[in-house]
Write a protein that binds this ligand. Sequence first.
Ligand code: SF4
Length: 352
Amino acid sequence: MDVRETLQALQDGKGPEVADVETLLTARGSDEQALFAAAREKRDRQFGNKLYAYGFVYFSTYCQNNCTFCYFRHTNDIDRYRKTPAEIYELAADLKDAGIDLVDLTMGEDPQMYADDYAELLDIVARVHSLGISIMCSPGAVRKDVFPRLKAAGGNFYAVYQETHNRALFAQRRIGQDYDFRANQRKWAHEAGMLAEDGMMCGIGESLRDRAETILAMGAEGCEQIRAMAFVPQAGTPMVGNALGSSEDEIRCIAVMRLLFPDRLIPATLDVEGTEGMKKRLNAGANVITSIVVPKRHLAGVAQPEKDIENGSRSVEHVFSLVEQMGKKVATQQEYASFIAGLQAKRAVPLH
Ligand code: SF4
């Protein structure tokens, strides 16, 4: 089947197979536009004109791991920072005041945050929770018993990206890390009553089939949020000489994820192409804008630390006005909180 036939078959209720997903990922030209239009229609039917806006607070750039694609890998000789709980609270308060729906508390796998039985990490989550804003916890891979405590501290979401569901490629890219321990993070988050996010990276050596299988695997995990992001070569890493991942590939993955899993939250990241790329991703069916930052605070992001941050064009006001120009509206914090409370309530229901 070609792209149009595959789109039609899926619309008619055919269950997606790996070959179907591969076909859709090859869409170009008018076929690609048809894919994007179908994805937008699925999103709008599910979510109306509402989009969600996330801001992140990247509070520690220390990491014990050595992922080959990551600027913050342990052996990269870079300046690092670790923000104090008071600074983190202040940054989160700024995002809350600006009307952002969720604060993503992100760090490398910083041993200091894991010390004393994760005391500092749990304290940070509890402090930010006291602001009355939804929280995504992105602290890397942690022990199973930590999840109920993160939930009790106020964490709503747990984000940990596999990047690929090809085990051999995972071993090459996330050197020395346990595939199953990482995959289990999302399962443990669900068991604790949290929501979960998985993500894939485009351009780290995966085949088209790997991409298709990863999309299907992410959907099958039941994660409420799934994402794709293009690889960006980082200075000082083993992959600095690799080609830049294709944004077009990332955007096609977004469209296919939306088509196959209409009810999921799917981010349009500002990390790879800034606000220019945000519109393209929303046009492919994304419904969450991520990585909005408070300007002039010198926060870093995992992909491109400097991308549009210092000139303020990733600031809240600018992003919200672009959304309105597209005929969409960013949900209020209350609307978003009610939406994810509904998702968490569903999580609490046994699946058998
Ligand atoms: S991707 Fe995450 S775990 Fe891997 S080196 Fe970077 S910060 Fe650490």
